[in-house]
Design a protein around this ligand. Structure first.
Ligand SMILES: [Zn+2]
Length: 504
């Protein structure tokens, strides 16, 4: 693995300061974290290994010093749409800048290929079966209330907590608002969406209001999600010279997807468009990505203006990617292929943190993000956050691949993906499925073109058993937990509840 030593001037090596002192020792009887954890009954198992902090490193937040932890989730952002991940169309100059000064994770696996379970995993730090936020079409279940949310953990450690959500599946009614001092969720179904520029306007206002505090910010953009409808200047940039597709792949067709999505998302997918039409569709999507990137740039500029950037931790990621017929389908939420679950993950750390790597090639999971932020803030990790701090990877102390598990679809049969250090094993839980299992070597075959299920039966059998044992344990554990009430997320129902004032 390439080790990129970054020249960093005037940095103090903070790793020495607290070496040997586990985070758990930092607490006292007055420590709100400990009280919070006792409240959740999750204090047990907070030994060093379970806490994931280890004795090797963590960055102690200086007393009284302000620290912003900002997580930007760009919905439906494909990893390879970004320049720093190899896109050649200059779509993401601002995110590329952050990547150049920070750390880019080459193989970050999301816990699901659609919004609700994926973002719930990011914010609860656990697997979808355990947090329970799964569903089909508009019938979904919220996050299990007994699981602490990242915002609650930050809040109990003295952070102000500010959230901006823009997807119906990140609604407070599904548990996403828990722990936030402000949770501004203006869910939208396409036409009524709050665009990323407005979201950043609000974020900067909130940051300014809380500029003398330590803040945890969760910022969600919906823009690259269907409908692809970037502001005019952004749309033209990537479709110039291309002919707009005629029906059925014309614009009306995409407008109809909101109501006809189900028909489109069959296991067989839809007939792929011509290369020319596909390029046009991707061009419009790229316009949304480019616009989102510009808004991330505005966030960076705003933080710099307030002299908060150097000290901030900034995470840029997505909840899932988007399929453009690589495996026959379009959009997302009906498969667990890498174009959905392998997401971009970029981190910019506070200037004081000296680190060894700018590129982490090892497979890690998106649910490792919050444990990393807790480690950076010197916060004890609740046991329910099952991920690991990524600091040992960033510090060049390990290159191991972490086992990744992704599950859940919004449309069609449920699918599971189990990713090891070489392979991804995919299972379709529908007994009538035409393809019950698939096996890919992600190292040799990054686009998952060659299914090895019949060629490598021994490996397939081993992975089937491994994943089966893991998944059975999750299911057994989930049975012992609370059973959240099923909710119907039909947009009209939500709209009417909103207009009646039942939902904010
Ligand atoms: Zn999403």
């Amino acid at each position: 693995m390439t080790v990129n030593k970054k020249p960093r001037k005037r940095k103090r090596k903070v790793s020495q300061d607290r070496r040997g002192k586990p985070a758990v020792e930092q607490g006292s009887s007055r420590d709100p974290t400990r009280r919070q954890l006792l409240k959740y009954g999750l204090y047990g198992g907070l030994g060093l290994a379970a806490a994931g902090l280890g004795s090797w490193w963590f960055w102690p937040r200086p007393r009284g010093q302000q620290h912003n932890m900002i997580v930007v989730v760009i919905d439906t952002l494909r990893r390879d749409a970004l320049g720093c991940y190899g896109n050649r169309f200059a779509i993401s100059p601002r995110i590329d800048e952050i990547s150049a000064e920070g750390i880019r994770f080459d193989r970050a696996i999301a816990s699901s290929g659609w919004t609700l379970p994926s973002i719930a995993s990011l914010l609860t730090g656990t697997w979808p079966t355990i947090h329970g936020a799964l569903g089909k079409k508009t019938i979904v279940t919220p996050i299990r209330p007994e699981l602490p949310m990242a915002a609650e953990v930050f809040k109990s450690n003295g952070f102000s907590t500010l959230g901006l959500g823009n997807n119906a599946y990140t609604s407070a009614m599904l548990g996403f608002g828990r722990g936030f001092d402000v949770y501004d969720h203006r869910h939208a179904y396409n036409d009524r969406i709050r665009r990323a520029d407005e979201t950043i306007d609000t974020a900067l206002k909130l940051i300014h209001q809380h500029r003398n505090e330590s803040n945890f910010l969760f910022i969600h953009f919906y823009d690259p999600h269907l409908d692809y409808d970037p502001p005019p200047g952004y749309k033209a940039k990537f479709t110039a010279g291309r002919r707009r597709p005629s029906p059925p792949l014309g614009w009306k067709y995409f407008r109809s997807i909101g109501s006809d999505r189900q028909a489109m998302m069959t296991d067989d997918g839809i007939k792929p468009p011509s290369a020319e039409d596909s390029d046009y569709i991707k061009g419009v999507y790229y316009g949304e990505v480019n616009f989102s990137d510009a808004q991330v740039g505005r966030l960076v500029d705003g933080l710099k203006k307030m002299s908060l950037y150097d000290q901030a931790t900034l995470v840029i990621t997505s909840d899932h990617g988007e399929e453009f017929w690589e495996h026959g389908g379009f959009e997302h939420a009906h498969t667990v292929y890498d174009e959905l679950i392998r997401v971009p993950l970029i981190m910019k750390l506070p200037r004081a943190v000296q680190y060894a790597k700018s590129l982490v090639k090892a497979q890690i999971r998106q649910l490792d993000v919050m444990p990393t932020l807790f480690a950076l803030a010197g916060i004890e990790k609740p046991a329910s956050f099952v991920g690991r701090s990524l600091m040992p990877f960033i510090m060049g102390q390990t290159e191991e691949h972490l086992l990744a598990f992704s599950e859940g679809t919004l449309y069609g049969s449920d699918k599971l993906a189990w990713s090891t250090q070489h392979y991804t094993y995919i299972v379709d839980l529908n007994p009538q499925a035409k393809r019950k299992a698939e096996l890919y070597n992600w190292r040799n075959d990054p686009h998952q073109k060659e299914d090895l299920i019949t060629k490598q039966p021994g490996i397939a059998r081993d992975l089937y058993q491994e994943m089966g044992q893991f998944y059975s344990k999750l299911l057994a554990r989930a049975k012992t937990m609370s059973q959240p009430k099923v909710k119907n997320m039909h947009p009209q129902i939500i709209e009417s509840l909103k207009s009646l004032g039942y939902i904010r």
